[in-house]
Design a protein around this ligand. Sequence first.
Ligand SMILES: NC(=O)c1ccc[n+]([C@@H]2O[C@H](COP(=O)([O-])OP(=O)(O)OC[C@H]3O[C@@H](n4cnc5c(N)ncnc54)[C@H](OP(=O)(O)O)[C@@H]3O)[C@@H](O)[C@H]2O)c1
Length: 386
Amino acid sequence: MSQPRRVAVMGVTGSIGRQSLDVLRRADQFELVAVSAGRRLDDLVAIVEEFRVPRVGVPDEASARHLAERLGSGVEVVVGDAGLVELCRDADVVVNAVVGFAGLPVTLATLEAGRRLALANKESLIAAAPLVERVRSTPGAEIWPVDSEHCALHQCLVGSSEEPTRPDVERLWITASGGPFRGYGAEELAAVTREAALRHPTWQMGPKITVDSSTLMNKGLEVLEASALFHVEVDRIGVVVHPPSIVHSMVEYVDGSVLAQLSAPDMRLAIAYCLGAPERLAHHWGRLDFTKPLHLDFEPPNRELFPALDLAYDCARRGGAAPAWLSAANEVAVEAFLEGRLAWRDIIPLVAATLEHFEEGPLESVEQLREEDARARSLAHGSLPR
Ligand SMILES: NC(=O)c1ccc[n+]([C@@H]2O[C@H](COP(=O)([O-])OP(=O)(O)OC[C@H]3O[C@@H](n4cnc5c(N)ncnc54)[C@H](OP(=O)(O)O)[C@@H]3O)[C@@H](O)[C@H]2O)c1
C-alpha cells in the first residue's frame, strides 16, 4: 500500500477548514499532520484531539501557552508566521483556508517548499501575484484552486494549450450567484442590514466572503484570482450571473466550443478534487439529478449598482500593488461593516476612495508588499466614520 498523503489545513476552524476535515474523515488515503487557527482555541483543541494531529500553529505566544497546557507534550505548538512556514514545509499538500492577507505566509512557504497548495485563500494570491509567480516555478510546487469557480476553470482547461498566453482560449466565464441583493434597486441597497448581507442564497461561508459576495467584490477578487492562476488577462475574463450556482464556471474556446463544469453547490467537491488529484475521490455529496427539470439561467451583472466589479478590473489593469490595495482596503471596510461601524452602501466607496491614493509601479518584494498593504489599511482606517 502506498504511503498516505500528508495534509496540513491552515485556518482549520473556519468554513473551508471544517469542510476539509469532512473530506479527510471520509477518505483513508490522507494523514492530517498539521493544523492552524486564529482565535477559536476550544475548536482547535477538539480538532487536534479527534484527528490526533501532531503539530499545531497559532498566531501568538499567549495562545501557544494555553494550547500547550491543554494538549500536553505529545503535540508540538508553533507560533506566528515562522511557525506556519515550518508546518507548510512538512506536508505534501497544504490547504490554505485562512481568511484575508494573513494567509500570505502559507501561500508563499508552501510553494517555496515545492509542495501542492490547495488554495482557498484568494487574498494572498491577488495581493502577491507577481511574487507568487516567481515561487510557482519551484520544482514540485503546484497550485490547485479550491475556490469553486477556479476549480471549475481548472477542470475545463485540462487539455488546453500549454503556451503561456493560452491562445486557444477566447474567454473565461466566471459565474456568480448574484448574492442576496440580486435584483435590488438603489433605495433597497441603501438600507441593507448586516443580517441581510450575511444571508447568502446558495453557499454557507465565513462572514468575510459572505459580505464580499453581497457587494460582488468577491467576483471582482475572483477575476483577479483567475487571471493570476491561469495567465489570462482580465479583458478575456467575463462574469455572468447564474443564480442556481450549478455551473461553476466555463471556458469558451476560439472555435466557439464552451466547456462548463457542473455540480451541486458544495465546497467539499472542490476540496476533494484538490486533495485527491490526479485521482478523483468517490463520494456522495450533492449529486445533480438530471431526471428532473434543471434551470440553467444566465444574466449579466448590474455593474452600475455593484461597482466593485469594475474597480477590480481597473486594479488588474493598473497592476503592481493595485490588487493588494483593493483587497486590503476591502478587508478594512468589511471588518468595519461587520462590527457595525460602516454602512453596507459605504463599503465599496471606501475602497474606491482609498485607491485614489495609489501610485503605480512594479511590485518587487514581500517587504514592499507588506508596506503597501499597511499603507492601504491605514488610509482605509482613516476614512472610517468616527
Ligand atoms: N467558505 C467558503 O465557502 C469559501 C469558498 C471559496 C473561497 N473561500 C476562501 O477561503 C478563505 C477562508 O474562508 P472561510 O469562509 O473558510 O473563512 P472563515 O470561516 O472566516 O475561516 C477563516 C479561518 O482563518 C483563521 N484565521 C483568521 N485570521 C487568522 C490569522 N490572523 N492567523 C491565522 N489564522 C487566521 C480563522 O481562525 P479562527 O476562526 O480560529 O479565528 C479560521 O480558521 C477565504 O479566503 C475565502 O475567500 C471560502
